[in-house]
Design a protein around this ligand. Structure first.
Ligand code: NDP
Length: 475
């Protein structure tokens, strides 16, 4: 058990002012693995003041100078990747090998990629007699969740820094250790004081200061729609730019001409990544009414191969949930689904045969459109199946959600799948099991948020646009 006692403010590790600490549990063992200080509103404000003071100097550097710092941070993260992998496998519970690729490999890629994207980006262009200049928006408050903690930080902090912004980060209290390691790496890279600041603590305390402080120009938030609404409300008082990446209830639409075994296998996998604790997880599986029994048998065959166990056990394909609260929330929703009349296809609310860890059995339920589970984000290893009569109804069900983050379409041809993908009101659609593209814009329609992350779209979020008009040149 390690006790962290400091925040990182103005280029220094500073002792926390309060004696309140937050416990971080290992989701595999339920043991307390560390404590972090519960930051105060005053510490958050101090960090904002430091970020404001550093802004003029940092934004005046050339893009190349800032990109070189990102390269150093990328190298520093690579050097500590084993430690980061075991840390996140403990904090979040994702099986070790997968955690190495997704939870650590992906953010390292993103830090490097944002340096590359910025080097190629046209920060200046022309429209007739106007010079169009894209400039850093200013001080950015970043509030991040626990499910892909280091990557969600990378998708905000890396583009903000390379754009010329200065940053105050408040990571999730549930998975904060990886952010402390990142701050150590950033410190070692020698960033000027105040450019990056880390304050640990609770959302309603530290997060709300970032969302409301007049010296914060932009708040970039990933997490629940509930907290995102609060952040947007607070930020509106000072007309900050607000980027929100929120929940989802994405549908995997399996069309009649699809390769069913591949489609069902792919859909179940796209639901269960990170034990279903993924905002863009494909948590609704839509199949033709006439082929429900076939799809159900296939899904049962696929899900039984997801062996649950500790992230550190090589045979595990599915780790625990992140916390007791998350496990209880998911179990409650499974029970609610059964109480509302859903058919249990696999798994269920019974405790799996493991001694420790916040485990939930991978579960499939067949639900009806009006059921709570057809609409509410579960954020656990739970897939709901729905049936449709024809393609129009499939599209209508897929779009029958307050969310609009991701989705999948499986069809006999890519053309058929693309035609249906274009009808879905979501920010991303994967057709026929295509892989995730870390350079493509990621973000939501409707209540899944606004703004986009990843690649060039992710960089543009942190830029303001200025038009400078020049007098016409006299002939
Ligand atoms: P939250 O939305 O509460 O947490 C995300 C981040 O927001 C954390 O850093 C949290 O701080 C912070 N936060 C919370 N309240 C506020 C506030 N009032 N002002 C500013 N910041 C705030 O998610 P939970 O961890 O509670 O998870 C609950 C549900 O949210 C999940 O079951 C899931 O449905 C959804 N979720 C969606 C995610 C996504 O990627 N879209 C990610 C995580 C959760 P703190 O450290 O106090 O938690």
């Amino acid at each position: 058990m390690k006790a962290y006692t400091q925040h990182y403010i103005n280029g220094e590790w500073v002792e926390a002012s309060s004696s309140q600490y937050l416990e971080v549990t290992d989701s595999n063992t339920e043991a307390v693995m560390a404590t972090v200080p519960a930051g105060t509103a005053q510490e958050a404000a101090q960090a904002v003041v430091a970020a404001r003071a550093a802004f003029a100097g940092w934004s005046a550097l050339s893009v190349e100078e800032r990109a070189v710092y990102l390269d150093k941070i990328t190298a520093g993260l690579k050097a500590r990747s084993d430690e980061l992998t075991t840390t996140i496998a403990s904090e979040v519970g994702m099986p070790l090998k997968m955690a190495g690729m997704v939870q650590v490999g992906m953010p390292i890629f993103n830090w490097g990629n944002f340096a590359k994207v910025a080097r190629q980006f046209e920060f200046e262009s022309e429209i007739k007699n106007s010079l169009i200049v894209r400039e850093a928006i200013g001080v950015v408050g970043c509030i991040t969740p626990w499910n892909f903690p280091l990557n969600q930080i990378a998708l905000k902090v890396a583009p903000a820094l390379v754009a010329g912004c200065t940053v105050v980060l408040k990571p999730s209290e549930i998975a904060p250790i990886n952010a402390i390691i990142l701050a150590e790496v950033i410190h070692a890279a020698g960033l000027p004081a105040g450019v990056f600041n880390l304050v640990n603590g609770l959302g309603p305390e530290v997060g709300e200061v970032l969302a409301s402080h007049p010296e914060v120009d932009m708040v970039s938030f990933t997490g629940s729609t509930r907290a995102g609404k609060r952040v947007g409300e607070l930020a509106s008082q000072t007309i900050k730019r607000v980027a929100l990446e929120l929940g989802g209830k994405s549908a995997s639409v399996v069309l009649d001409d699809a390769d069913f075994p591949a489609a069902i296998k792919g859909s179940v996998g796209a639901c269960l990544l990170n034990s279903g604790q993924t905002c863009s997880a494909h948590t609704r599986l839509l199949v033709p009414e006439s082929r429900y029994e076939e799809a159900k048998t296939l899904a049962q065959g696929v899900i039984e191969r997801f062996t649950i166990g500790s992230a550190f056990d090589e045979t595990s394909k599915l780790g625990p949930l992140v916390s007791a609260a998350q496990r209880d929330r998911v179990l409650h929703l499974i029970q609610l689904g059964l109480d509302e009349g859903a058919e249990l296809v696999a798994g269920g609310p019974d405790k799996p045969a493991v001694d420790k860890g916040y485990f939930v059995q991978p579960t499939i339920l067949r639900v009806q459109r009006h059921h709570t589970l057809a609409k509410e984000e579960i954020f656990g290893p739970v897939l709901v199946m729905l049936t449709y009569k024809d393609e129009d109804e499939a599209v209508a069900i897929a779009n029958d959600s307050v969310y609009g983050l991701g989705g999948g379409v499986w069809a006999g041809t890519n053309e058929h799948a693309i035609a249906v993908a274009k009808r879905l009101r979501t920010g991303q659609v994967d057709i026929n099991g295509a892989p995730f593209n870390a350079q493509a814009p990621f973000g939501g329609y409707k209540q899944s948020g606004n703004g986009r992350e990843n690649g060039v779209f992710g960089l543009e979020e942190f830029l303001e646009v200025k038009a400078i008009q020049r007098p016409a040149v006299k002939a």
